[in-house]
Design a protein around this ligand. Structure first.
Ligand code: SER
Length: 596
């Protein structure tokens, strides 16, 4: 059945211990895993063990001072979502841990390869026949030579020629993580055709312009996926059968210990996504519509959907959380069980929000998918902007229903949006007699320009106030500003009460009375998102974006990605009055407001 777990094999706790001891005995300082939220603003999540050590490779920090050694070893929790659609097969997962040894100007290729080989062959007892290695074959374009040194080292260990393969930059070159950082050629160890260990030789610093500059301190960075290693050492077929995941799968299946092929994908997605979500929440991520929060929201909502598809009881989240924090990782990440109540609250909260959005979204999906074989790109796009339906969710629903998505027109829709956003970032003069036409704002002369500028900042204040009063899930679905009025569409599924309208108006006017400073800063997109700036689509924005902040920098009243223009102080806006509130489609409300 492949289900029962035999503890005759090495447990993940034993693997951890063996690995860290091996490197401790060889002069490495053992460093705990860093948070899933890296210091590095150019990446959303920690995706590799080396990330917390970036500053030691570049010489910005001193490893002797911090660790008492130039060499370290760690087991790093990591998240990668690039392959999220593959989760459910035998090898892909979004959450994983990476065993790694690192050196910052300590040892170099000979020792790094030796350690890798010895740990595999001598400590873990892998037969050398199962081993294949790969080496960087060089890259003419960037003037990086073939890695002959590694080749000679492997040969000296007796690895035969036919077990040495050569890879290009795609396969045998690492980094940088984010926009810049240490990088270099790699050599990889494969066991039975599966990549197990990646050894990176950080010889270069890759800058924003993709220039490879030699690093003064040469560094070693290695990474070995704990889950894959466990599959191999525990004699399993896939990552869901090891002791790092099987307890969750068992909890999902309940007492009925059968492996139903039909349910396999669903239970694996639930197990993986719940694990990732639990670790993210424990590191301080909350579901939201901006980057890390959005990834978390997406993972949770996807898991929730599969829980529904398997018809599992509502207490499944609580039970999975218990298994993850108490059974699997109890000795490794004690914070999980300490924060259990908080984590559960976040999950339950999101579940509640999603169930509301889901029933509206599914109704809308049924509407647009009935009587047709193909759903238009515009409809897919609207489902996303209006109901927070991730495109992949729409895809899955469509697949289940046997209808197609017009992906071409969807892409065209995305392009259009991109053009609009671009246009929104520049003032267009001339043409049709307007001196400003960003798509959102229109003004015919200087006077109108001043008025729409005031209305534009008022729109940001109302947007922030709406979210404060109605909830964070409220986001912009459209905006249109003329010299007379602002018009703002947002997702919300009922009429606002008079009290709510008053409260929103009061909040916005309080910001006016406080005469808050409006500042604009240009910054990398990732940084903007980290600062919590409201935005829609990651793909839409250039790498550098403008961010408008109203009020205190650390605790702003409002912060949005925006092309402007805006007033300098909110006092310039004048009194904001909401004139009308109405529905303009399922789940979308529209307000009109004026400033006086
Ligand atoms: N940074 C490399 C990787 O993640 C080796 O640790 O594969």
């Amino acid at each position: 059945m492949g289900l029962l777990f035999y503890y005759g094999d090495m447990t993940h706790q034993e693997i951890r211990e063996k690995f860290l001891n091996f490197f401790k005995e060889r002069g490495h300082a053992v460093v705990p895993s860093s948070s899933l939220l890296p210091d590095d603003p150019s990446v959303l999540f920690t995706t590799a063990g080396m990330q917390q050590f970036k500053k030691y490779y570049t010489g910005e920090a001193d490893p002797i001072k911090d660790f008492g050694s130039k060499n370290t070893a760690s087991i790093q929790k990591s998240v990668r979502t690039v392959d999220i659609e593959e989760v459910g097969d035998n090898t892909h997962a979004t959450f994983f841990e990476m065993l790694g040894n690192f050196s910052f100007g300590g040892y170099w290729k000979k020792e790094a390869i030796q350690y890798g080989y010895d740990f595999m062959i001598k400590d873990l007892g892998i037969s050398p026949e199962r081993v294949v290695v790969s080496i960087f074959k060089g890259d003419h374009e960037n003037n990086i030579p073939e890695d002959r040194e590694s080749l000679e080292i492997w040969k000296s260990f007796g690895v035969p020629d036919d077990k040495i393969i050569f890879g290009d930059k795609e396969d045998n070159f690492w980094g940088p993580t984010g926009s810049k950082g240490p990088c270099g050629p790699t050599t990889e160890i494969y066991i039975d055709g599966v990549e197990i260990w990646n050894i990176v030789f950080n010889e270069f610093f890759c800058d924003e312009h993709k220039k490879y500059l030699p690093l003064e301190i040469k560094g070693i960075d290695t990474g070995m996926g704990l889950e894959r290693l466990a599959v191999m050492l525990q004699g399993k077929n896939n990552v869901y059968e090891t002791d790092l995941s099987l307890p969750v799968i068992t909890e999902i299946r309940g007492k009925e210990l059968y492996d139903h092929e039909n349910n396999r994908k669903a239970e694996r997605i639930i197990a993986d996504h719940m694990k990732a979500a639990i670790f993210m929440i424990s590191d301080g991520v909350l579901p939201s519509n901006s980057e890390q929060g959005y990834v978390l929201r997406r993972l949770l909502r996807r898991a929730i959907r599969y829980v529904k598809s398997l018809d599992l009881p509502d207490d499944i989240y609580k039970r999975i959380l218990h298994v993850v924090s108490h059974d699997i990782y109890v000795g490794v990440y004690p914070e999980l069980s300490k924060k259990q109540d908080e984590i559960l609250e976040v999950i339950e909260n999101e579940r509640y929000k999603f169930s509301k959005a889901l029933s509206n979204g599914i109704k809308e999906f049924e509407r647009i998918s009935s009587g047709t074989n193909v759903i238009s790109g515009k409809d897919v796009f609207d489902l996303y902007t209006t109901f927070g339906f991730p495109v992949e969710l729409t895809k899955e629903l469509a697949e289940e229903k046997g209808v197609e998505l017009d992906t071409k027109s969807f892409e065209a829709e995305m392009e259009k949006h991109k053009e609009l956003s671009k246009a929104g970032q520049e003032k267009k003069f001339g043409g049709h007699g307007l001196i400003l036409d960003t798509g959102e704002l229109k003004a015919g002369n200087e006077e109108e320009l001043k008025k729409v500028t005031r209305l534009h900042t008022a729109t940001h204040l109302l947007h922030a106030a709406l979210r404060k009063v109605l909830g964070e899930e409220v986001h912009q679905a459209g905006s249109d500003i003329t010299a007379e009025r602002l018009r703002f569409d947002f997702n919300f599924n009922r009429k606002l009460t008079d009290e709510e309208k008053k409260e929103i108006e009061n909040l916005a006017n309080k910001a006016v009375d406080d005469d808050l400073l409006v500042t604009m800063r240009e910054m990398p997109y990732e940084e903007a998102v980290k600062l919590g700036a409201l935005s829609f689509f990651k793909e839409k924005y250039p790498s550098t974006v403008k961010v408008y902040t109203v009020g205190d920098w650390d605790k702003p009243f409002s912060r949005e990605l925006c092309g402007g223009p805006h007033v300098e102080q909110t006092g310039e806006i004048g009194r904001i009055t909401i004139k009308k509130e109405q529905s303009v489609g399922t789940g979308i409300r529209r307000i009109r407001a004026i400033v006086e």
